[in-house]
Design a protein around this ligand. Structure first.
Ligand code: 6GU
Length: 271
């Protein structure tokens, strides 16, 4: 996979040299380049922003440096001219984007090239995104309902979520199967030695050696935790393939099956 990140703070992306992502780059699984947007300006002050039309607080990122930078990264990839062949995906981190999820991380992990455009200030001139859609599949993406100062931290999160799904990046691929969100549920609680710590015991079922019972207990914990912390994930959950034991557990947690999907009973406890 090839990833290009364009930012006015390239040093903010330094953590991409560490740990699992740094290793993936060394192993040749990932070709990642960070570009300084100011290198694509032409004036003496390397200006990237200006005042907003219509007035208001803050500054807006100018269109032309972005167009120059994005054209360069689209072209730089396997010598392809913009508009030639498969379009790379342009991800624009913004609190005004669609929510980035594990499902989207999987979709993006299947792409050849991703380009991340890190906006700062009040955002990028909207015409850049219109123009870019001729050369890229443009996807404005948000991490959640809160505001960061710029896209860089969001890019660190998204790149990590995507790159760890590439074949060979995570040592044991099984660890990708049993984790939060892999099956639409939160992960079960985990414990390690000692079995008794400061008068707190590991749940005895985990010491029983009964693998069927352990699997059932973990599944129940997943439902319980999800119902308590993220009831939104269970509402509408596909109940078609759920075993009877799961349905009973869910009924106790306040969920019925209606038309094959979980539905929260009106009298169930509040969020
Ligand atoms: Cl992706 N960018 C910014 N600037 N703020 C955010 C965000 C992204 N997601 C949540 N808040």
């Amino acid at each position: 996979m090839r990833i290009d990140v364009v930012s006015i703070f390239p040093e903010y992306l330094a953590p991409l040299e560490l740990s699992l992502i740094g290793k993936a780059r060394q192993d040749g699984l990932l070709d990642l380049l960070v570009h300084d947007l100011r290198d694509f300006t032409t004036d003496r002050h390397r200006t990237v922003d200006d005042t907003p039309y219509g007035g208001g607080a803050g500054m807006v990122m100018k269109a032309e440096p972005w167009a120059q930078a994005l054209a360069a990264v689209a072209e730089g990839y396997s010598g392809r001219a913009p508009g030639d062949g498969a379009k790379p995906v342009l991800i624009v981190p913004s609190p005004a984007g669609k929510r980035f999820t594990q499902a989207i991380a999987h979709e993006l992990a299947d792409e050849e090239q991703l380009v991340f455009a890190c906006g700062r200030y009040e955002g990028i001139d909207e015409r850049v995104l219109e123009w870019a859609s001729e050369h890229f599949t443009v996807r404005p993406m948000s991490l959640g309902d809160y505001v960061l100062n710029g896209g860089e931290v969001a890019v660190l999160a998204m790149v990590e979520a995507i790159v760890r799904l590439l074949p060979g990046v995570v040592g044991n691929p099984e660890s990708l199967v049993e984790e939060s969100h892999s099956d639409g549920l939160l992960e079960y609680p985990v414990y390690t030695k000692p079995s008794s710590w400061r008068d707190r015991e590991v749940p005895p079922v985990l010491l029983s050696g009964n693998h069927g019972k352990i699997a059932q207990w973990r599944r129940h914990q997943q439902f319980q935790r999800t119902a308590e912390r993220r009831p939104d994930l269970l509402d509408g959950f596909d109940a078609g393939a759920l075993p009877r034991a799961d349905r009973t557990a869910l009924a106790d947690l306040g969920y019925d099956v209606v038309d094959g999907r979980l539905k929260r009973r009106a009298d169930a406890t509040e969020d």
